[in-house]
Design a protein around this ligand. Structure first.
Ligand code: CAA
Length: 287
């Protein structure tokens, strides 16, 4: 399929990443079906898109008319089969667990048209393994956005072992249509490029605090004022979701070994439900 043949995009999962990806797709002019497992979750995602579009308009990054038009392009769904029935591309952004993602692909494969490309927003899991639960492994690749999708420029476009070159070309071109800068990741390896670098950095920052070498504020100050990062490592963990970071670490630990063992400080935050901005508390407090 050529990128110009893409009209309708379904985003599965209306959480932090899903709603942001749906917003980016709607701003690029696509018809967007946003789906989550119940009305409450999908409505919350829709409301967050509305909040974000209003914020962008307030800051003159887009016009009020563009914000309104983008929101009008988004329709919410709870039924997975219905949500993909007219999709040219499905972008899946459900929780970062292999079993959950596989279940979702098994549920939608027979309902999506034959030409539809499946793109997963996984942060680290094997594209090849996920593609193999579908009947369309050639039309399957990674399309990994960064948080918050509407503000971050990069999209990693990841090839699995079965991905056709045509699929990679189309999804790369789609990222460009969305005004993003795609980087093609040729090798389907755990964490791809960004998370193979970023998540160990977050883990190391947590070990510094766990072992009482530094405080959260001290580590964050060094990242911002010494390394020139826009956010400190703990601020960033709160932004992406501490649970997301821990899921990636657990996977890297499982497949790559002990160097990636999640720091207990991060695991405790997850156990306490203090996941960062999305729950109002993480390493910092949010209103
Ligand atoms: N939509 C619209 N507005 C948003 C927003 C969103 N989704 N998220 C935040 N904002 C708003 C804030 O509310 C704030 O508004 P107020 O000033 O009214 O409070 C405003 O944006 C801040 O924007 P600024 O441009 O003034 O601030 P900034 O220059 O600091 O930019 C940022 C914000 C782009 C998020 C920047 O801090 C940044 O680049 N941070 C690093 C983010 C990053 O590294 N993300 C990647 C994480 S890794 C990942 O996602 C992958 C994974 O798999 C784990």
């Amino acid at each position: 399929m050529d990128v110009d043949d893409i009209n309708s995009i379904t985003v599965l999962g209306a959480g932090n990443m899903g709603h942001g990806i749906a917003e980016v797709a709607a701003l690029a002019g696509y018809t967007v079906n946003l789906r989550d497992i119940n009305e409450e979750f999908v409505q919350k995602g829709y409301d967050q898109i509305e909040w974000s579009l209003n914020k962008l308009a307030e800051k003159d990054r887009i016009s009020d008319d563009d914000a309104e038009a983008a929101l009008d392009r988004v329709t919410t769904f709870v039924d997975a089969g219905e949500s993909v029935a007219d999709a040219d591309v499905v972008i899946e952004a459900v929780p970062e667990k292999m079993d959950i993602k596989k279940e979702v692909y098994e549920a939608i494969d027979e309902h999506a048209p034959e030409h539809t490309i499946f793109a997963t927003n996984t942060s680290s899991l094997s594209i090849t393994e996920l593609s193999e639960v579908t009947d369309r492994p050639k039309q399957f690749c990674g399309m990994h956005f960064f948080n918050p999708p509407v503000r971050m420029q990069l999209v990693e476009v990841i090839s699995g072992e079965h991905t056709a070159d045509e699929t990679m070309d189309t999804i790369e071109a789609l990222a460009e249509q969305m005004d993003k800068t795609p980087v093609r990741v040729r090798k389907d390896s755990p964490g791809f490029i960004v998370n193979r670098i970023l998540v160990p950095l977050m883990n190391e920052a947590a070990w510094m605090v766990q072992n009482d070498y530094a405080t959260v504020a001290e580590v964050d100050s060094t990242a911002k004022y010494g390394l020139g990062h826009p956010m400190g490592s703990f601020e960033l963990a709160d932004q992406v979701g501490i649970d997301v970071g821990v899921h990636v670490l657990e996977y890297l630990h499982e497949v790559l070994g002990d160097a990636y063992r999640p720091c207990p400080l991060l695991e405790e935050k997850v156990e306490e439900g203090e996941l960062g901005k999305k729950t109002g508390t993480g390493f910092y407090e949010y209103e």
